[in-house]
Design a protein around this ligand. Structure first.
Ligand code: AMP
Ligand code: MG
Length: 330
C-alpha cells in the first residue's frame, strides 16, 4: 500500500481516548501509512500496517530500532494467522490454548503471506499473536489487516504501560496515542518458536513456562543456534532505565532508589514495592511503571530486591537482568 504519511503532522502526537471514535481515527491513520500507539494486555504497542514496507519503515525510524530486529504481526484470529504462517500441530495446539492472549508464535512464513519483508526483517519465519485486549483487537479489526507492533518505546528503553509513558518517549515521532488506561499484565508476550524440532522459548513473558509446558505435555527447549541470533529481544541490554540497577539487593543504600518486593527495604523514601504480598502477577503489572517512576527521580542507582524465579518471576528477572546489563548491546 502506498504511504500518504505527511511529516507536517509532526512533531507532537495527540493522545485521545481509546473509544469507538478513537479506534476509528487510529485505523484511518494506519490506512494512510501512519503509526499509532495503542494499549494491549502486555504493554503499549506501536502499530503500523504490516503489509506496507513504508509504514513499517516508520516504526523502525521512530523507535531507532535496528532493522534486523523483526516485529510481531498482530492479527484478530487464528484463521487470520493461518493466512500468514504455517502452523505445525504443536503450534495450532498452542494457539488454540492461549489465543487470544500474551503468547507470540514464530512459525514458517506461509506462501501467500501479506506481511511485508521489512516487518519480518527479511526472515522466512513470522511472529504472530492474537491479543486479548479489546482496544487492540478492535484496532486490528477496524484496520482490516495485520498490524506490525513492537512496544511503543525507543529501542532499548523501558516498555510503556501507560499512554503517558508513550508520550514522554515518542510523541515527537508518531502520529497518535490511543489512551486505554494502564496495561493489565505489564510484561511483553512470551515468544515461542515452532520451527524445526521441539517448540523453543525465545523470550519469557506474560504467559508462564509452566502453563505452556502443561499444554504441550513436554518441556520447552531454550533458545539455540541461529534462531537466537534472529531474536534480538534476547540481546543483553534492553528495557534499560537511565539509572543503573543493582540486582538481588538485600539492603538499600542512602543514595539509592529502591524497587522492593515483599517489603524487605522497609517504608523508606524513594522506594516502591512491586508487591508487598509477594504476588508475582501484581509485581509484573507494576514492574515497568515503577521503573519509569523511580528512574524519573534522577538518582544514579536503583537497588532491586530479590524476586523468586518461578512462574512470572522468570520473565520479571529476565527483564531486570537486561535492564541491568552494560549499555550499547541493543
Ligand atoms: P518486540 O517487538 O520488541 O516485543 O520483540 C519481538 C520479539 O519477537 C523479538 O525478540 C524478536 O526478535 C522476536 N521475533 C519477531 N519475529 C521473529 C522471527 N521471525 N523469528 C524469530 N524471532 C522473532
Ligand atoms: Mg520492546
Amino acid at each position: 500500500m502506498k504511504s500518504e504519511y505527511s511529516p507536517a503532522s509532526l512533531p507532537s502526537a495527540r493522545t485521545i481516548a481509546a473509544d469507538a471514535a478513537g479506534i476509528a481515527e487510529a485505523a484511518a491513520i494506519i490506512h494512510g501509512g501512519g503509526i499509532v500507539a495503542f494499549p494491549t494486555e502486555t504493554v503499549y504497542g506501536l502499530a503500523a500496517d504490516a503489509t506496507s514496507e513504508a509504514a513499517v519503515a516508520r516504526i523502525y525510524a521512530a523507535k531507532a530500532r535496528p532493522t534486523f530486529n523483526p516485529l510481531i504481526a498482530h492479527v484478530a484470529s487464528l484463521d487470520a494467522a493461518l493466512e500468514q504462517g504455517l502452523f505445525s500441530a504443536e503450534a495450532q495446539h498452542l494457539a488454540k490454548a492461549f489465543w487470544p492472549g500474551p503468547l507470540t508464535l514464530v512459525v514458517p512464513l506461509a506462501p501467500g503471506a501479506t506481511v511485508c519483508p521489512a516487518a519480518r526483517a527479511g526472515l522466512q519465519s513470522i511472529a504472530l499473536r492474537v491479543p486479548v485486549h479489546k482496544v487492540a483487537l478492535g484496532l486490528i479489526v477496524a484496520a482490516g489487516r495485520p498490524l506490525a507492533a513492537p512496544s511503543a518505546n525507543r529501542s532499548g528503553r523501558v516498555s510503556p504501560v501507560t499512554a503517558a509513558h508513550v508520550a514522554v518517549d515518542l510523541s515527537d515521532a508518531i502520529d497518535l496515542i490511543l489512551d486505554g488506561g494502564r496495561c493489565p499484565m505489564g510484561l511483553e508476550s512470551t515468544v515461542i518458536a515452532c520451527l524445526e524440532g521441539p517448540p523453543r522459548l525465545l523470550r519469557p513473558g506474560a504467559m508462564t513456562r509452566v502453563d505452556i509446558e502443561a499444554v504441550l505435555g513436554q518441556a520447552l527447549a531454550g533458545p539455540a543456534g541461529p534462531i537466537a541470533l534472529h531474536s534480538p529481544g534476547m540481546l543483553a541490554s534492553h528495557y534499560a532505565p537511565r539509572a543503573k540497577l543493582r540486582l538481588e539487593a538485600k539492603t538499600l543504600e542512602s543514595s539509592e532508589a529502591g524497587l522492593d518486593f515483599g517489603g524487605i527495604f522497609g517504608k523508606r523514601k524513594n522506594v516502591l514495592d512491586l508487591s508487598a504480598s509477594r504476588d508475582l502477577a501484581e509485581a509484573a503489572a507494576n514492574l515497568f511503571d515503577f521503573l519509569h517512576e523511580l528512574d524519573a527521580l534522577g538518582l544514579n542507582r536503583i537497588a532491586v530486591a530479590p524476586i523468586p524465579s518461578e512462574g512470572l518471576g522468570e520473565a520479571i528477572n529476565d527483564r531486570l537482568a537486561r535492564a541491568a546489563a552494560p549499555r550499547g548491546s541493543s
